[in-house]
Design a protein around this ligand. Structure first.
Ligand code: F6P
Length: 513
């Protein structure tokens, strides 16, 4: 496949970009009185308003043509059928299949385990009922479950205290185990490869912590999720406590698989099933809706337009919902690890910008942090503004304040406010945003929202022609870290670039003046 930038569809969009340059958003609204309701996608409980994006009707037609030229629909269909869409690793991407599963068949042992632990039929080696779960994993083996535990905890949390631990800085483990009793704690080690240094180090630390309470029986309070069942067995975990994940399920798309065990333990199998069902509904929508009505495709096209044509190097995600405070962490891995690429699936360098930096945080908090720059800075970024229609705690008066703030930001960014006499009070406007409104944040809705961004990520990759399912970029740092480890005690072997840094670190660690 030639570079997408050589196609007529791409060239047409470049021309449209030049023609539109300098046309303010206010003019686009004035010229098209139905724009506010027309530049939207209405999925009932989920509503996407992209009228404040710097696109005209012609640009939307051009973007639709781009999606068709790039064969985005075909890519999604091939992915859904389990064909090889990850060329560098010669694998399919099977997360859509995983979320269609019912809990019978391959999932039956996992479901039975969840039920056994929650009902107190599966007990700790101490004979006590499990009161808590310590889930150890990093990256895709942590971010998705951590987001969902946090988002649904208030409404669906039960007796089991489920915590997650990713970092090896010591603090993360100390905090995750603070107040927990190893005799009533189930440790879940989540690692697709079962080779990730951080997860190995924390699993070993947890084994020592467990030994203090259970001695040689420590492994009886452990279970694992991995595609490398042998390695998990070598660690000492019983075969029937190792739940397999498929090689074809990438880490950042894996929360729907056995990686979601902490979610199912915390909230029950039904909640986990609803979450998957919401995601499966988004998949069905993505597979069947025409481009212009297709929510993930439109989000992807807008990101491509903003990044590759308008030159935005970043995009923000701002949920006006504390329950989604971990969404940005998850999206950073999902979008930046997937699409932070510079060559096509076939290995040719691209000549256009791909994935922008993803950042964000909870509105209104971030209005008091980085919104100043979004309104008046020299570097702007398109924003996704996520608004829950319902007040999570039933406080309607406060929810009115929250909604009006969110909508105010969208309009202030889009239309600005002229003040030429006082330049510091001038708001230039024309800063793009998309408003995403969702009904009640049920497990089903949360699944749908996360799958919206997953699908968006895959669609954007299909347009750029890059592989969203590998992550070779993280390997070099891991390898270098292995080679640097022995240099900490043998400074002479360190390269010139690191010798003095290692000396200084060693001096400080020894407490020398
Ligand atoms: O960051 C690189 C990465 O390979 C992610 O893709 C993955 O989710 C994470 O490390 C953890 O890997 P594993 O599940 O194999 O421990």
């Amino acid at each position: 496949m030639p570079l997408i930038s050589t196609t007529d569809a791409w060239k047409n969009l470049t021309e449209l970009r030049d023609q539109m340059s300098g046309v303010p958003l206010s003019e686009l609204f004035d010229a098209d009185h139905i724009r506010a309701s027309d530049f939207t996608i209405d999925l009932g409980s989920l509503y996407i308003d992209f009228a404040r994006q710097r696109v005209s009707n012609d640009v939307l037609i051009g973007l639709t043509a781009l999606a068709e030229t790039a064969g985005v629909s075909g890519f999604i269909q091939r992915m859904a059928k389990g064909e090889t869409v990850n060329q560098s690793e010669d694998r399919p991407a099977l997360h859509m299949q995983v979320r269609r599963t019912s809990g019978d068949g391959e999932d039956a042992p996992l479901k039975a385990f969840v039920s056994g632990v929650r009902k107190g039929e599966i007990l700790s080696a101490s004979g006590a009922r499990f009161q808590s779960v310590l889930a150890i994993g990093i990256g895709g083996s942590e971010l998705g479950p951590a987001l969902i535990l946090d988002a649904l905890g208030d409404a669906y949390g039960g007796a089991l205290d489920v915590r997650m631990c990713a970092n090896i800085d010591g603090t993360a483990f100390a905090r995750a185990t603070g107040g927990l009793d190893p005799r009533t704690t189930l440790v879940v080690v989540i690692s697709k490869s079962f080779r990730t240094m951080e997860t190995q180090a924390n699993a070993e630390r947890a084994a020592i912590w467990m030994q203090t309470a259970l001695g040689d029986d420590w492994a009886k309070n452990f279970c694992a999720i991995s595609a490398n069942v042998d390695e998990a067995g070598k660690f000492g975990i019983d075969e029937d406590r190792v739940f397999a994940m498929l090689e074809g399920v990438g880490g950042r798309f894996s929360l729907w698989s056995a990686v979601g065990l902490p979610i199912a333990l915390a909230f029950g199998w039904e909640v986990f099933t609803d979450l998957r069902a919401g995601a499966a509904e988004m998949d069905a929508h993505a597979r069947s809706a025409p481009v212009r009505e297709n929510a993930p495709m439109m989000l992807a096209l807008l990101t491509v337009w903003n990044a590759s044509f308008l030159g935005y190097g970043a995009e923000a995600c701002v949920p006006y919902d504390t329950r989604l405070r971990k969404l940005v962490d998850h999206l950073q891995q999902l979008e930046m690890e997937s699409n932070g690429k510079r060559v096509t699936q076939e290995g040719y360098p691209v000549d256009y910008p791909t994935q922008p930096v993803v950042f964000g945080g909870v509105g209104l908090n971030v209005q008091h942090a980085f919104f100043q720059q979004l309104h008046q800075g020299t570097t702007a970024a398109p924003v996704d503004i996520l608004v829950p229609a319902r007040a999570p705690t039933g406080d309607e008066a406060q929810h009115d304040l929250l909604i009006s703030s969110a909508l105010a930001q969208a309009d202030a960014l889009a239309f600005g406010k002229e003040n030429l006499e006082q330049p510091h009070r001038h708001y230039p406007g024309d800063r793009p945003s998309t408003v995403i409104v969702y009904d009640k944040l049920t497990p089903f809705m949360l699944g749908k929202l996360i799958a919206l961004y997953e699908m968006k990520t895959v669609c954007a990759a299909a347009i750029w022609g890059i592989n969203p399912f590998d992550q070779w970029g993280v390997e070099l740092g891991k390898k270098l870290s292995d080679s640097i480890l022995p240099m900490l005690s043998d400074t002479d072997s360190a390269p010139a670039s690191l010798g003095s840094l290692i000396d200084i670190l060693n001096r400080m660690r020894r407490g020398d003046e």
